[in-house]
Design a protein around this ligand. Structure first.
Ligand code: FAD
Ligand code: SF4
Length: 332
């Protein structure tokens, strides 16, 4: 690990100012950033520890939603009574990720910005356009033409086929969460759909935050789809493994007729994958398997395999159909 300096501000304004220094990074739980520093992938010259900021509360919003502080831990969020009661999809999704020890340290803000688990990204001896930030993909991509079992089948570019690894973000995408941000130019909010980027020509840019911007909270709209939901995570081991493919579903049913549908996928793209056109195919239809297959077709339209990960296309198709069936029946 390289030497770095350290600051521990106690208010948001000071934290934002601290981050204006070149090569500085916020640190929250440290469960991803410290690993990346040890691997020499992240090389900050200054760490701005945000753990003293008053951002760890979970509170109700006036119009019926919930505000999750950026520094509330994943564990405190998943087990909070308002989350388990109104947003069980989010609670179950968080609990499907990492391990109890990690969830006790990991924060909601840090979970949004954890970096890809692409093996080549972690291995500083291999070429990687995300790690090396060189224009026009000049550095190269070890995963394209290499071993890419965990890589993207949707939304990738010729420069990068990495996936976003977060489970939590898949549920946030289905719930249409809104991210609250403070930065050098003031406060703003952005929908979760606009927070993460596809790799395009700049695969080193994972998200759309500007330099110095700090996430202060994640707002959940009132509809938590508590009645019919499912997070289906397909992975190599039953615990302590990232998703090969995952699906978050929220449904509102009137008898067996679908009134409202939300679907987001993890493990398939550089960001949680959602397509409202696919969801629209369900509205007004019976919640039965034959109506779920076209939804999976639409959500996976344009999916491409890269060799070792080609199996994910069929796997994802089956996972979407099964997650919808489980959401109807509320199978855990
Ligand atoms: C062995 C292992 C297994 C794991 N398995 C899973 C899994 O199955 N599913 C899953 O989803 N995750 C998994 N994780 C990842 C884990 O969930 C993340 O490491 C964690 O959520 C990151 O949160 P943190 O608070 O520790 O972030 P940090 O490591 O402190 O920060 C991560 C990044 O976020 C930035 N950041 C932090 N807070 C803010 C903020 N408020 N505003 C702006 N930027 C901020 C930091 O600058 C840094 O770039 C696993 C991790 C490990 C080590
Ligand atoms: S897939 Fe992306 S992160 Fe992985 S090696 Fe290629 S450029 Fe790097």
């Amino acid at each position: 690990m390289r030497p770095f300096s350290y600051a521990r501000p106690s208010d948001t304004e000071e934290a934002v100012l601290e981050l204006a220094r070149p090569d500085s990074r916020f640190i929250a739980g440290g469960t991803n950033l410290i690993d990346l520093m040890k691997e020499d992938v992240e090389r900050p010259s200054r760490l701005v520890d945000i753990n003293r900021l008053p951002l760890n509360t979970i509170e109700e919003l006036p119009e019926g939603g919930l505000r999750l502080g950026a520094l509330a831990t994943n564990a405190d969020t998943a087990y909070h009574p308002l989350v388990t009661e109104r947003y069980p999809l989010l609670s179950k999704t968080i609990l499907a990720g990492a391990s109890a020890q990690l969830r006790n340290m990991a924060t909601n803000g840090g979970n949004l910005f954890q970096r890809t688990r692409c093996y080549y990204f972690y291995d500083a001896a291999t070429p990687c356009n995300k790690r090396q930030c060189t224009a026009n993909g000049a550095a190269g991509c070890g995963a394209i033409g290499g071993y890419n079992r965990i890589h993207a089948i949707l939304g990738e570019s010729q420069h990068c086929i990495a996936t976003h690894p977060s489970d939590m973000c898949v549920a946030l995408a289905a719930l249409e969460a809104v991210i609250q941000i403070s930065g050098p130019s003031g406060d703003r909010s952005i929908p979760i759909a606009d927070l993460h980027r596809l790799p395009g020509d700049e695969p080193w840019r994972d998200h759309t935050l500007e330099r110095g911007e700090l996430v202060t909270a994640i707002d959940l709209p009132p509809n938590g789809f508590a009645g019919h939901h499912k997070y289906l995570k397909v992975r190599d081991r039953a615990s302590y493994a990232f998703a090969l493919v995952s699906v978050a579903v929220g449904l509102e049913l009137d008898g067996d007729i679908v009134r409202h549908a939300r679907l987001a996928m993890g493990g398939v793209a550089h960001k949680p994958w959602r397509k409202t056109e696919a969801e629209d195919l369900l509205i007004g239809k019976s919640a039965v398997r034959e109506n779920f297959v076209p939804v999976a077709d639409a959500l996976l339209e344009g999916a491409v395999g890269h060799g070792s990960n080609t199996f994910k296309i069929e796997l994802a198709h089956r996972a979407i159909v099964r997650a919808l069936e489980d959401a109807v029946l509320m199978n855990d």
